[in-house]
Ligand binder design. Structure first.
Ligand SMILES: Cc1ncc(COP(=O)(O)O)c(C=O)c1O
Length: 428
């Protein structure tokens, strides 16, 4: 009787409809009429220059029956589900994490974790202190804060070409011009960097020296040393985006440049998004001197502080004894998928096979045969049930050639052969 009364009331309120002989159903709610916002066109004026095409394809959702080689995040089965559940559970029992604010720069434990990690990377160097670490809401937030803290609108920032589309977007949103320097299999030419900084009176260089996204390139030691010399001689900053710190697939990864940088030329960004979970938006930015203060100021005006619940969850996860085990499993899983996609291309789409698979990161960067356009190829692949990221969106200016970025992290190896067949059919 109680249930019947409740249903009768819901029907009376229009929330439920009764279909005789079929049962009770939630009433379909009509979409509200679109508002008349035509006045906004004149009020807003011309749009600011932003990225062509907007968001990078790596973050777009596609239908579940599409093979997703476009996304820049590892698929859930590679992530530490149990460890994360435990960490979240522990975090929710801490009233400091659930009912309090966080210090603007982040929770001390988490800042210490990142400081210690960077100090351990180069034992002979001046150690990094907790006070030099700023917790941010993912690497993208750190990137925006760094660019805004170190530049003024109208300045020029030097970037590798190609580079991460989120960095291109953040620079444009900060009103910066971008001066590209080309990158090859051994990274950038430090002489080109020197020339670009000089010619454009630029003070800031954004780069990914280790397993760059999208190319997978890792700078050799001599390039790192020469770039450091250029930064010193030009009195310039480098934003070192170490996004793939946990994604090295060889026995060891190069030491971050920021680990041996006592004079504060290198601003370091290191995110947990790709190795812990894309849902836990926690990263660290390490900076020394007044630059650190400017960047911190730039960060808090955006959103005050990062959720202490997410910060506490991150601490619980990375301090858990199983964290290192998870990283080993993640790397093993990524290695398997990298090799499987590379082998599938070699066998079924030889013209698209990169010479050597990268030693780290999440994707293969493949050059298209002459005459192909990456945006057009990506659209045709999607139509055929395969999502890929067109090379076009990774270049701050004209691309030197046409490419696709194919993520091996987002799909099981079992789908790679089919993906290679589609690619061969469309652009082989
Ligand atoms: C090179 C690079 N930097 C920064 C980011 C942003 O990292 P997060 O997801 O932690 O914001 C990404 C994400 O794909 C990336 O590839």
């Amino acid at each position: 009787v109680t249930v019947q009364r409740a249903i009768a009331r819901l029907v009376a309120e229009g929330l439920v409809e009764t279909r005789p002989g079929a049962g009770n159903y939630l009433t379909a709610r009509p979409e509200p009429e679109p508002a008349d916002t035509s006045w906004q066109a004149a009020a807003l004026g011309a749009a600011r220059p932003s990225m062509d095409g907007g968001l990078g394809s790596g973050i777009r959702s596609v239908a579940t029956d599409v093979i997703g080689l476009h996304t820049g995040y590892p698929s859930p089965e590679l992530l530490p589900t149990r460890l994360l559940t435990l960490a979240l559970h522990r975090a929710t029992r801490d009233p400091e994490a659930t009912l309090s604010t966080s210090p603007i720069a982040g929770l001390p434990d988490l800042r210490r974790f990142f400081a210690d990690e960077l100090s351990r990377a180069c034992p002979g160097a001046v150690p990094v202190g907790e006070a030099q670490v700023l917790i941010t809401s993912g690497g993208q937030n750190a990137l925006s804060a760094a660019l805004q803290g170190l530049t003024r609108p109208g300045d020029t920032v030097v970037m590798e070409s190609p580079t991460f589309w989120g960095a291109i977007g953040a620079a444009r949103a900060a009103g910066l011009r971008i001066a590209p320097v080309g990158t090859g299999p051994a990274g950038i030419d430090p002489g080109d960097l020197h020339d670009a900084l000089t010619r454009h009176h630029a003070q800031v260089f954004y780069a990914q020296p280790t397993y760059a996204n999208p190319t997978g390139v890792c700078w050799p030691d001599h390039v790192r040393a020469d770039v450091h010399d250029v930064l010193r001689s030009r009195k310039a900053f480098m934003i070192e985006d170490d996004w793939a710190r946990d994604l090295g697939l060889e026995a060891s990864s190069p030491t971050p440049m920021a680990a041996a940088d006592p004079d504060g030329h290198v601003i370091y960004i290191r995110s947990l998004t790709k190795s812990l979970s894309p849902a836990i938006r926690v990263a660290a930015l390490v900076a020394r001197g007044p630059a650190a203060q400017r960047i911190t100021a730039g960060r808090w005006v955006a959103d005050l502080y990062v959720s202490p619940l997410l910060q506490r969850t991150a601490i619980e996860a990375v301090r858990h004894p199983n964290w290192q085990r998870h990283l080993r499993l993640l790397r093993a899983g990524l290695t398997l998928r990298r090799d499987s996609l590379h082998a599938a291309l070699t066998q079924h789409a030889p013209a698209l096979t990169p010479a050597a698979p990268p030693d780290g990161g999440l994707s293969l960067w493949v050059r298209l045969p002459p005459g192909q356009d990456s945006t057009d190829v990506a659209a045709r692949c999607l139509h055929a049930g395969l999502a890929v990221s067109p090379g076009q969106e990774w270049f701050p200016s004209e691309p030197d050639s046409q490419y696709l970025r194919l993520s091996y992290a987002s799909t099981p190896a079992a789908q790679h052969e089919q993906a290679a067949h589609i690619l061969q059919r469309i652009c082989g």
